[in-house]
Design a protein around this ligand. Structure first.
Ligand code: SER
Length: 315
């Protein structure tokens, strides 16, 4: 019987992943954990634990005592926040991972999901249709932590047989929960401002291309990868996923089709440099071949969903 623990459950991915996993595997088998007091009444259907992923003793004891079989480790600082607090970002993004990898190595977990990111790529990486295997010289603290994490995941798989699985998420776009501290956040913020004031000031320049993905696709990808037979999961560092390639200009033109008075202006900040170091688009043919990945959301479909669902009282 599966018993799943999601650490970082109150974040952008966790909020939706908990609900989807509960739908599939039952409320009683999916436990949400985060450092905050429970903020999200959506989690009321099942157990919620206040947990600090840096408290190794607490995490180990909880996993062992509650016979957890799978962990989704989502607690992390994203790219923009990490640049402001590099020491803490490195500590949080790495120490939590070792705690979970070691629990699996010691035989207490059957499977782990750990998210990586397009941030593992850097300025020397080919920018268009970035391949699965390519030059990786990340230039952000977040990217360095994700690249190191990928190497450790693969090492624990090869050396200790740990069944760890990972996706290099593109920027994630969702209407349920706001992102926090990423460089790709503009692609979520823009919908709230378009609906509320018909104006948005973007912190990236108009032709900055970045790969993005609608959350519903990202959640499905995550669960499909975790449910794939182990022998199909040939990559134990992390899989490229492509999603939709967007620029602020193409996204705002699509929004304008629904909100004709919408206007975008630009005020570039430090996040531009981070975005410039990341790919424009991603080649995910290996994920397609290994575990039959297929995305569903086009830009048009995603924009429609976002405009009809974002709740402007949240900003
Ligand atoms: N969306 C993340 C960020 O912008 C990338 O993984 O930091």
């Amino acid at each position: 019987m599966k018993k799943i623990l999601i650490i970082g459950a109150c974040g952008q991915i966790g909020t939706e992943l908990v609900l989807e996993l509960r739908k599939r595997f039952g409320n009683e088998n999916v436990i949400a954990a985060d450092i905050h007091d429970m903020e999200n009444s959506q989690f009321l259907g099942g157990e919620y634990v206040k947990m600090d992923v840096l408290n190794q003793e607490q995490v180990r004891t909880y996993v062992i005592d509650n016979k957890i079989t799978e962990v989704y480790l989502l607690a992390a600082l994203l790219s923009a926040t990490a640049e402001k607090n590099p020491d803490f970002a490195w500590k949080l993004n790495m120490e939590g991972l070792f705690t979970i990898l070691d629990l699996a190595k010691d035989g207490y977990l059957e499977k782990i999901f750990w998210p990586s990111s397009i941030a593992v790529f850097g300025p020397t990486t080919p920018k268009d249709l970035t391949p699965q295997y390519t030059i990786m010289e990340p230039s952000t603290v977040y990217g360095i932590s994700k690249q190191a994490g990928e190497r450790w995941c693969e090492y624990y798989f090869n050396k200790h047989g740990v069944d760890v699985r990972s996706i290099r998420y593109p920027g994630l776009i969702s209407h349920t929960s706001l992102p926090g501290g990423g460089t790709t956040d503009y692609a979520v913020d823009i919908f709230y401002h378009a609906k509320k004031t018909e104006k948005y000031t973007c912190f990236l320049s108009e032709n900055t291309g970045l790969p993005m993905m609608f959350m519903e696709d990202a959640i499905r990808a995550t669960i499909e990868l975790m449910e794939a037979p182990a022998e199909n999961v040939k990559i134990r560092s992390s899989y490229n996923l492509s999603g939709i390639s967007l620029t602020p200009k193409t996204l705002s033109a699509e929004i304008k089709k629904h909100i004709p008075n919408f206007e975008i202006s630009y005020q570039i900040d430090f996040r531009q440099k981070i975005a410039d170091s990341w790919p424009n688009s991603i080649d995910d043919s290996v994920a397609k071949k290994d575990w039959n990945w297929q995305e569903e959301f086009t830009m048009q479909k995603m924009v429609l969903e976002m405009l009809s669902h974002v709740d402007i009282s949240k900003i």
